[in-house]
Design a protein around this ligand. Structure first.
Ligand code: AGP
Length: 600
């Protein structure tokens, strides 16, 4: 997925680039590099491994210059080596590019570029040579050269380009990968996302599909592919720069888990008005949720709630599957796309398919100006604030809250939910920030339990109804940050196969808060215990029946069943966090992962 950043203005660009890369490192951390323009020409430094390796080199030998680009890599084409690290340069070293995305036809282009010498195994390097080819054919003219070169490229990219012949100029372009421009006073920026820019400006311009931007210290100019000028005013983003700091916590993930009292309060406050603005076609017959990963789990909670409260059938499609399937979308289908980043490639592809078939798309996203927020017909913005940890925590519970509210509103509008029940749901929602606070107050037991269970190898998370998704999400958290094997199952599915895995080496995490299926969950726990499996249960405080059958209990306060996935997710986030840290894992930047999956 990679992160790119660029600066032009009066400051020493290196500081801005390294600072931006630090904030984008969650997008990839296989290698990093920078290029700066100074009297020697384009000076490049690259290093494999985390950004700190590059920063260390640059500390010893800083590169001067007030215009530059930086890159942090998540390897797709070519191994993790210094020669494959970005920036990549043209043969004469006078053009350099940084790239997020994939050049699908790079082999074909490489063959066509006779006489060009390549020094990496990446798809990206072909862009530097292709631009060089057009630049020399045009005898200069960087903008035209980039536009012509991109005309030959298939794939997805967010691109930053710098020319040794043009001091104080950067070019940027995008197709299917996010790129934002930051507008400052006498200085301007580009970045894969705005977290890299917040320290310098809150005025951003998201670049749209197929656009090219010319950035210098005086301003930014945007062009379409035919180089026609496009006028666009900057957006003002509400997030503060401090949001991107750890605030005394050892990891962003822990900080973000503990922020959930505020984020849930933000979701509850004023949500009524936001939902009143959502126009849902009266004649919809079904809902399709499209999402990936954690967002898909939030969709599963939404399914149970919408079917219960609004009596509408809901399919929850994995966007990566749905985009190649034949799901019948149409005007009678409401498509709900859930994506924290609003940039997940598969989710965007599924949205486009739904829209082409005439379905209206309602987006639930956290990022203003994201591609999803711009392409959807309507948007419900989550109020989770910036999330930096690769593992989604506070944004998951925010997504769940939005889906629950949406279900209640749909139910009300369709007449499926009585007014007094609706009011009871609203009253219960108002209690939630306080209940989240209670979950977060007492976490010592979870830490202790995590230390004990980090010696295990296999975890099986089970749940039903509203907490089937909690089982999937709990298992995902565990595997992505601890690298231990963890799977989520519907508890009722155990006898259909997974029970064969249970013996005294298996730890089952049973999500069994008070609700319609608590007794069923207790039976499932008994079956696991009878086969010597160990059980950690998430249960409602004071529920003796669950406590009597489990080895350990993580308690959550009593609440309406529909809100239990919000509360139950939190101890499981903490459990995964403490298991991972006791194993010495890098929880904010787990191996092989990146926060936004902007390529297929
Ligand atoms: C979960 O911890 C991951 N970060 C991942 O599954 C994520 O939820 C998924 O990639 C979807 O991202 P999105 O919400 O930004 O679309």
């Amino acid at each position: 997925m990679c992160g790119i950043v660029g600066y032009v203005g009066p400051r020493q660009a290196l500081d801005v680039l390294l600072d931006g890369l630090r904030r984008l490192e969650y997008r990839g951390y296989d290698s990093a590099g920078v290029v700066l323009l100074n009297e020697k020409g384009l000076e490049v430094e690259r290093a494999t491994g985390k950004l700190s390796a590059l920063a260390e080199r640059l500390k010893r030998k800083p590169i001067p210059g007030t215009t530059g680009l930086g890159h942090t890599r998540w390897a797709t084409h070519g191994g993790v080596t210094e020669s494959n690290a970005h920036p990549h340069r043209s043969c004469d070293g006078r053009i350099a590019v940084v790239h997020n995305g994939i050049v699908e036809n790079y082999q074909e282009l490489r063959r066509e570029l006779h006489g060009h010498e390549f020094s990496s195994a990446t798809d990206t390097e072909v862009l530097a040579h292709l631009i060089e080819h057009h630049y020399s054919k045009l005898k200069g003219h960087p903008l035209k050269a980039v536009s012509r070169a991109l005309g030959k490229v298939r794939g997805s990219f967010a691109l930053g380009v710098i020319f040794a012949d043009y001091p104080g100029l950067l070019l940027a372009a995008r197709v299917n990968c996010p790129l934002v421009l930051g507008v400052g006073k006498g200085e301007n920026f580009l970045a894969s996302d705005l977290s890299a820019l917040l320290k310098y400006t809150r005025k951003i311009i998201p670049l749209e599909e197929n656009e090219i931007a010319k950035i210098d210290a005086e301003g930014v100019q945007i062009f379409d592919r035919a180089l026609g000028k496009i006028r666009r005013r900057p957006l003002e983003v509400p997030w503060k720069a401090e949001t991107a700091l750890k605030g005394g916590y050892p990891h962003f993930m822990l900080k973000e888990i503990f922020e959930q009292q505020q984020t849930i309060a933000a979701e509850v406050g004023g949500r009524g008005e936001a939902l009143d603005d959502v126009r849902i076609p009266r004649d919809i017959e079904r809902v399709v949720v499209v999402a990936c990963g954690t967002a898909w789990h939030a969709g599963l909670v939404g399914k149970v709630a919408i079917e219960e409260l609004a009596r509408l059938p809901v399919d929850v499609g994995m966007a990566s599957e749905l985009r190649y399937g034949d799901a019948p979308f149409g005007p009678e289908t409401l498509t709900i796309a859930i994506s924290q980043s609003g940039e997940t490639a598969d989710t965007l592809a599924a949205v486009r398919i739904a829209q082409e078939a005439g379905s209206k798309v309602l987006a639930v996203t956290n990022v203003k100006g994201s591609t999803l927020s711009r392409e959807a017909d309507q948007v419900l913005f989550m109020r989770a604030g910036l999330e930096i940890g690769v593992a989604a925590t506070k944004t998951y519970t925010s997504q769940v809250m939005n889906m629950l509210f949406l279900a209640a509103h749909l139910g009300r509008r369709r007449g499926a939910l009585a007014a007094d029940r609706f009011q009871a749901i609203v009253r219960e929602a108002r209690r939630l920030p306080g209940l989240v606070e209670r979950v977060l107050e007492d976490t010592a037991g979870i830490r202790k339990c995590a230390r004990k269970f980090s010696r295990g190898y296999d975890f099986m998370y089970i749940g039903r109804r509203y907490n089937l998704a909690t089982a999937f999400e709990g298992a995902l958290k565990m595997k992505e940050i601890s690298y231990l094997h963890a799977e989520g199952y519907g508890a009722g599915e155990m006898k259909h196969g997974p029970l064969a895995l249970v013996d005294d080496s298996m730890t089952c995490v049973a999500i069994a808060p008070k609700g319609r299926v608590t007794e069923k969950m207790i039976s499932n726990i008994q079956e696991i215990r009878a086969r010597r499996g160990r059980v950690i249960a998430v249960a409602t405080k004071g529920d003796r029946s669950v406590r009597s059958v489990a080895d350990h209990v993580f308690e959550i306060p009593d609440c309406e069943e529909m809100f239990s996935p919000v509360l139950a997710a939190i101890p499981l986030q903490l459990f995964a966090y403490h298991v991972a840290t006791s194993l010495g894992r890098d929880v904010d930047q787990p191996r092989n992962l990146a926060k936004s999956v902007t390529v297929e």
